[in-house]
Design a protein around this ligand. Structure first.
Ligand SMILES: Cc1cc2nc3c(=O)[nH]c(=O)nc-3n(C[C@H](O)[C@H](O)[C@H](O)COP(=O)(O)O)c2cc1C
Length: 340
């Protein structure tokens, strides 16, 4: 992809077409069914991804009870289910369920570097065990025909060569597309992502590579594409703050102050619709950190939005903060709030 206009170009994987090159990056606790219905209200994306779902749990999971392995049927043509797991056989079984449920595709998490995941030999731990990672992709490839994505990082060393070799291995093992986050594994999101590593990974394989990391707005989205030549973008936190971001990038949607208010109340409606009050309040407060990062005095607004312990109070807070007038919108997202 050469220029930002190409955000809108379709892309085909295993005979299935994605309408444009913009994806929601998988995010546990943020990319859930409630958020996704707000994102769907604005549209403009090619694919949305679920947060990571346990490969051991997925084969028997009840979609009407699970907080993560849950969806609305109309989402499926543009929804990819992300799985995490340690054992190749578990991953293949879970991918079969994902295919049976008619998701657009399945994504294997080989990038998550938080201790509870890597200590269980999942996520970025697979980058330390290339044979197991390879076997996992091969087994999933054999088990399903839907597009197979793998998300990974620069790896455990501060140099690009292992990630380049890993990308080649993933392609050979049968992956259809890669999402690459160019940060070393122990660094969660503090250092800047290394765009040049995306270029190197993109050049090493012939399957599409979605670049990921610190895309905050139209300018940084264009910069990532133009600098790295990546085939598309996986946008994480900024798309949570601004659920209309995909529409802004692909359709020129222009948010007004009212858009901010509207998105907050849409989110409140959806979180209450899909979750019990205890989980709803937890997820709502998490969302508010990203939403409040849109505003000039974001930290103060965040405190005002989340004071209290019932959803009724959350609604009152939102009504009070966005009643007579909209708080002052910042020119750029508050990166410190997004990094917490
Ligand atoms: C709260 C949170 C949860 C995340 N959960 C996942 C996850 O479940 N699977 C995954 O592959 N990456 C996960 N990530 C990483 C994101 O997909 C993405 O790589 C990272 O946020 C960088 O992209 P961004 O700068 O566009 O946010 C998570 C990130 C955040 C902030």
């Amino acid at each position: 992809m050469q220029a930002a206009e190409s955000f809108s170009a379709p892309i085909t994987l295993r005979g299935r077409t994605i309408q444009n090159r913009l994806c929601l990056a998988p995010m546990a606790g943020l990319g859930h069914i409630a958020y996704r219905s707000v994102a769907a209200h604005y549209g403009g994306y090619g694919l949305l991804f679920t947060g990571m779902c346990s490969a051991r749990a997925v084969p028997t999971e009840n979609r009407y009870k699970s907080p993560v392995f849950s969806w609305q049927d109309e989402e499926l043509p543009k929804l990819v289910c992300q799985l995490f797991g340690a054992a190749p056989d578990d991953m293949a079984l879970a991918a079969e369920r994902v295919q049976q449920e008619n998701f657009f595709g399945v994504d294997i998490n080989m990038g998550c570097s938080v201790a509870p995941i890597v200590d269980r030999q999942c996520g970025a731990d697979l980058m330390r065990d290339v044979d197991r990672a390879c076997e996992m992709v091969e087994k999933v490839r054999k088990a399903v025909d839907i597009p197979l994505f793998v998300k990974f990082r620069t790896g455990w060393q501060n140099e690009p060569e292992p990630a380049i070799a890993f990308a080649k291995m993933l392609e050979q093992a049968g992956a259809d597309a890669l999402t690459f986050h160019p940060r070393v594994a122990p660094d969660r999101r503090t250092k800047r992502p290394r765009f040049d590593d995306i270029t190197l990974v993109k050049e090493a394989v012939s399957i599409p590579v979605f670049g990921n990391g610190d895309v905050w707005d139209v300018a940084s989205a264009k910069a990532m594409v133009e600098r790295t030549g990546c085939d598309g973008l996986a946008i994480g936190r900024a798309a949570i703050s601004k659920p209309w971001m995909f529409a802004e990038l692909s359709e020129g949607f222009e948010a007004t102050p009212e858009t901010y208010r509207e998105s907050l109340f849409l989110f409140l409606d959806q979180i209450e619709k899909w979750y019990d009050p205890t989980r709803a309040i937890k997820l709502y407060k998490k969302y508010c950190m990203y939403f409040a990062a849109n505003f000039l005095y974001g930290n103060r607004l965040f405190g005002q939005l989340i004071a209290g312990d019932t959803m009724e109070i959350m609604r009152e807070n939102a009504g009070r903060c966005f009643g007579d007038r909209i708080p002052q919108i910042s020119k750029s997202l508050n990166a410190l709030m997004m990094n917490r």
